[in-house]
Ligand binder design. Structure first.
Ligand SMILES: O=c1[nH]cnc2c1ncn2[C@H]1C[C@H](O)[C@@H](CO)O1
Ligand SMILES: [Zn+2]
Length: 385
């Protein structure tokens, strides 16, 4: 092995320790399996398919592996089902922050739909406050364990429902108290984002930020509407922008008008490779459009979407990409800086995260191979001497 390869191929341990930024992760898609079981027991939820955490984890992964977004989304009945009390929300949010920090995530925007957590009588405000409390607790616990993470919340409205304006107002009311933006999610086909124009227009008038799930299960018209009718700052997935990119046999590439707009305007794509494989938006990691989008310098970012359903983490996503595309620490840094630039927190804070946390973190990792080699050389010469 040459020193070049040693320098270029990140190890699993380096991938985990590398500072990572996560923009697209669902709170109700990332519970620990054991926590789902505990909460079901504690709250009297009796519909879980398994009460053994390992079996339950496997069930979520397999049930979500359906090739259809609609069936993938059915699995959320069980996680949302056990997230109906204040204590449950605090616990899930705290564990989310701890798990992400343990995985080397330094900044995360985690989303959930407050309207889905009202079944046991909580108000929308109580839901937001419980989740915020959990995130702060998780950040603190992570720090006690030697990890630094900052977590912001995105409030999601469900696209099949009719509460988007109300949720947008909620996001605006809590914008200086832990909520950094707004999103819409749920089944895409048949539920165009334009149905919620009032919410997006409200947020624009308030100078607030939002992302829209678009171009995941449905193609270019959904992306076009999200950007040109609704004014989304980022695209949740956006992976189907690939349908507007033509790669010819001679390797030359032609971008259609929409793809060119997305690239020219540096619209962030919240790409979620493992989730896309499960919902049928891509057939393998090697075939995932992220490879081409990275080569063409789109503002591509790497995300988990739902860690429980996709049995993944940020490190796992990067491991798959390193294996499929031979990515290096430089590529990881590129995706991470892209994500940090695209976050919804203020510019000066994003810049400080890039310059004071992300770049030094990668510089340190990139220098490790030098010291590893020196150590082994001196050890063997010492024994031989
Ligand atoms: O990838 C997704 N596409 C559309 N909707 C999604 C996806 N992952 C999760 N959701 C839904 C199900 C959750 O209950 C909701 C809020 O997090 O968002
Ligand atoms: Zn999502």
């Amino acid at each position: 092995m040459t020193s070049q390869t040693i320098a270029n191929a990140p190890t699993s341990d380096q991938i985990r320790r590398a500072p990572k930024v996560l923009l697209h992760d669902h709170l109700d898609g990332g519970l620990r399996p054991g926590t789902v079981v505990d909460l079901a027991r504690g709250t009297g939820y009796t519909d879980l398919p398994h009460t053994d955490p390992d079996k339950l984890a496997l069930w979520f992964h397999q049930a979500a592996d359906s090739g259809s977004l609609e069936r993938y989304l059915e699995t959320f009945t069980h996680t949302v089902g056990v997230m109906q009390t204040r204590d449950a929300l605090v616990r899930v949010a705290a564990e989310c922050a701890e798990d992400l920090a343990e995985d080397g995530v330094v900044y995360a925007e985690v989303r959930y739909a407050p309207e889905q957590h009202l079944e046991d009588g909580l108000t929308l405000e109580e839901v937001v406050e419980a989740v915020n409390e959990g995130f702060r607790l998780g950040e603190w616990r992570a720090r006690e364990n030697g990890h630094r993470i900052r977590v912001g919340a995105l409030l999601t409205a469900m696209r099949h429902a009719a509460r988007a304006l109300e949720i947008a107002e909620l996001a605006n009311a809590y914008r200086d108290q832990g909520v950094v933006g707004f999103d819409i999610a749920g089944a895409e086909a048949g539920h165009p984002p334009t149905r919620h124009l009032d919410a997006f227009e409200y947020l624009k008038r308030e100078n607030n930020h939002f992302t829209i799930h678009a171009g995941e299960a449905f193609g270019l018209p959904s992306i076009w509407q999200a950007l040109q009718w609704c004014g989304a700052d980022r695209l949740g997935h956006g992976v189907r922008i690939i349908d507007d990119i033509q790669v010819r046999d001679d390797g030359t590439v032609e971008l259609g008008r929409l793809a060119a707009y997305v690239r020219d305007k540096r619209i962030p794509l919240e790409l979620c490779p493992s989730s896309n494989l499960q919902t049928g938006a891509a057939s393998s990691y090697a075939d995932h459009p992220i490879g081409l989008l990275r080569r063409l310098h789109f503002r591509a970012t790497v995300n988990t979407d739902n860690r429980l359903m996709s049995h993944t983490s940020m490190s796992r996503e990067f491991e798959h990409l390193v294996e499929a595309f031979g990515y290096t620490l430089d590529d990881m840094q590129w995706f991470t800086v892209n994500a940090m630039k695209s976050a919804f927190i203020p510019f000066d804070e994003r810049l400080a995260m890039i310059n004071d946390v992300i770049k030094p973190g990668y510089a340190e990792l990139k220098s490790e191979w030098l010291f590893r080699q020196t150590a082994s050389t001196s050890a063997s010469s010492l024994t031989e001497g």
